[in-house]
Unconditional design. Structure first.
Length: 258
């Protein structure tokens, strides 16, 4: 099957997943159910009809306003949907019909949601982190069974434990340096990137810290942030992991050409 078919499918899937991530990003930090009630206008409370719930398109057609009351609807919604679609498209083009693609798509979606939440409320909800860990682990297990590549699975597990241990030690030394949410997230990052190889883990780790340092120092220099002000480290961990997924030098492409 041509690669463009997979790319188109993943791009459309990303739009749908992005719509769901909008619900997760808004409701989980507020301890609200992501299942019910259905989506509604934040101003008048009118339930959003199916025709007005098409990712990106509905927001553009309605010009960012509620059909019922005319209240503004944040541009964050189509941005999240479009970004998720681009993330999925990029992964499909990078990995093709690789057995690990489903796990990487789930990892990218989960990290994107966590980054948005951490940026907004400085929180990495454990229910998202643990759900993401379970889904990525299950999908990588399926990939290992499908390809017979259990070595990559063991490396992923070892990297997950190793990254967690490093972060746990840092947290124990001084919790101000690293929150426990980041420690939990290390399990997911080590597992997902570890499947791709140790080089991907190292690239993700150092990229996260380099980006954090550059942006943090730039904000301090511009007097937009105080030296003692904590940064949303989860955002940079997610960025570093995404960078490693797309550009790391060593790939294990099990099903290329299928």
């Amino acid at each position: 099957m041509p690669l463009w078919v997979l790319a188109l499918f993943c791009a459309c899937l990303g739009l749908a997943v992005g719509s769901f991530l909008n619900v997760v990003i808004y409701r989980v930090p507020r301890n609200e159910s992501i299942v019910s009630p259905g989506s509604a206008c934040p101003h008048c409370g009118t339930p959003i009809a199916n025709r007005d719930n098409v990712p990106v398109v509905s927001w553009l057609v309605l010009r960012g306003r509620c059909r019922s009351c005319g209240g503004p609807i944040s541009a964050r919604y189509p941005i999240v949907e479009a970004t998720t679609s681009l993330l999925f498209l990029g992964a499909a083009l990078r990995y093709g019909y690789d057995a690990s693609l489903p796990a990487l798509l789930v990892l990218l979606a989960g990290l994107f949601a966590l980054a948005c939440i951490d940026f907004e409320v400085r929180l990495l909800p454990r229910k998202i982190v643990y759900a993401l860990l379970g889904m990525v682990a299950a999908l990588l297990l399926v990939a290992a069974i499908w390809t017979g590549d259990y070595r990559s699975l063991w490396i992923a597990a070892a990297c997950s434990a190793g990254w967690f241990l490093v972060f746990w030690i840092i947290n124990r030394v001084d919790a101000r340096l690293l929150g426990y949410g980041d420690v939990r997230l290390a399990l997911v990052l080590g597992l997902g990137l570890g499947w791709l190889g140790v080089q991907a883990v190292l690239l993700g780790f150092f990229a996260a810290n380099l980006l954090g340092a550059i942006i943090g120092l730039s904000l301090i220099a511009a007097k937009k942030m105080r030296r003692d002000q904590p940064i949303p480290y989860g955002v940079f961990l997610a960025l570093g992991a995404a960078l490693a997924i797309y550009v790391h030098p060593q790939l294990h492409l099990h099903l290329r050409g299928v």
